[in-house]
Design a protein around this ligand. Structure first.
Ligand SMILES: Cc1cc2nc3c(=O)[nH]c(=O)nc-3n(C[C@H](O)[C@H](O)[C@H](O)COP(=O)(O)OP(=O)(O)OC[C@H]3O[C@@H](n4cnc5c(N)ncnc54)[C@H](O)[C@@H]3O)c2cc1C
Ligand code: FES
Length: 257
């Protein structure tokens, strides 16, 4: 785990409250695995805890990475005000990320995401396509105005959309979309709300499926136990995983959602 004052290359608003920030620095050389996250110190004295944000894209040839985030509170609001040339204290890359080992060239992957769970799936999709895997994206958003990266994902493979209000794609949530798809994927990757992860778990239990979880974090590196979630294998509910360093990606059925 490393830490660096990275430099903001630029920042772009993708949708209401949703921003894409590109960063450059030596830390990019450490970034290889999709689904890992950066632990970012917001440049504001009263915000002491770092904010975990997933790596959305790694571009080694330009020594850049990007993050996509939604303004939720004071930290992300402050991040949205940064401009090209500003510095940002970044720790990472952290977490285990998505494994590409369990899928072969020519096989099919379902990439399932909801809302602000979609960003880490972009680097994942790019790496799968590079490996020769056929990808299908199945995404849910609240409404059409907050959809982002539709064109970027479409270049990599099919995209199926659902919106809660029916303003684009299927009316309803991702589970409804999954029920309309016929084939059996070789691997499934998902990132989004607990509801979305449960919909995926219900449909792909005992299969080659991976879920990326969110949890409130403090240290981000396994020392404080702020981010634990219960292990499914322990009926007493005592045993737990730390989402920051044993996750955020888990095999389906490993954690109690
Ligand atoms: C592994 C991981 C990856 C994430 N990736 C992304 C991403 O790519 N894009 C994105 O928009 N968001 C992502 N999040 C959620 C993001 O961390 C929170 O939205 C952010 O920390 C909110 O900070 P804030 O100061 O704006 O909000 P506040 O609500 O003011 O934050 C107060 C405190 O709560 C923590 N917190 C609040 N919401 C969350 C949350 N959902 N998860 C964890 N901690 C939270 C903050 O870190 C902070 O310490 C991710 C979370 C995790 C755990
Ligand atoms: S955030 Fe400290 S152990 Fe996970």
């Amino acid at each position: 785990m490393l830490q660096e004052l990275m430099t903001v290359v630029d920042q772009k608003q993708l949708a209401p409250k949703i921003f894409e920030m590109r960063l450059t620095g030596d830390l990019v050389k450490e970034m290889h695995i999709p689904g890992q996250f950066l632990h970012i110190l917001v440049p504001q004295a009263d915000l002491l805890l770092r904010r975990p944000i997933s790596i959305a894209e790694i571009v080694p040839e330009r020594n850049e990475c990007s993050i996509i985030y939604r303004i939720e509170g004071a930290g992300t609001e402050k991040l949205s005000l940064l401009k090209g040339g500003d510095s940002l204290d970044v720790m990472g890359p952290l977490g285990n990320g998505f494994s590409l080992e369990t899928v072969e060239k020519g096989q099919t992957a379902y990439i399932i995401g909801g809302g602000i769970g979609v960003p880490p799936l972009y680097e994942l999709s790019k790496q799968l396509v590079k490996k020769g895997v056929e990808v299908k994206h199945i995404f849910g958003f609240a409404t059409k105005d907050v959809i982002f990266y539709e064109k970027e994902f479409s270049k990599l493979g099919d995209i199926h959309l659902a919106t809660d209000d029916g303003s684009k794609g299927k009316h309803g949530h991702v589970g409804h979309l999954l029920d309309t798809l016929q084939e059996k994927p070789d691997v499934v990757y998902a990132c989004g709300s607990r509801g979305l992860l449960m919909a995926v778990e219900n449909r792909y239990e005992n299969q080659n499926a991976f879920l990326s979880l969110e949890a409130r974090m403090a240290c981000g590196m396994g020392a404080c136990y702020a981010c634990v979630c219960p292990k499914k294998s322990d009926p007493t509910g005592q045993a737990s995983f730390k989402v920051c360093d044993e996750g955020p990606v888990f095999k389906v059925g490993e954690v109690v959602l």
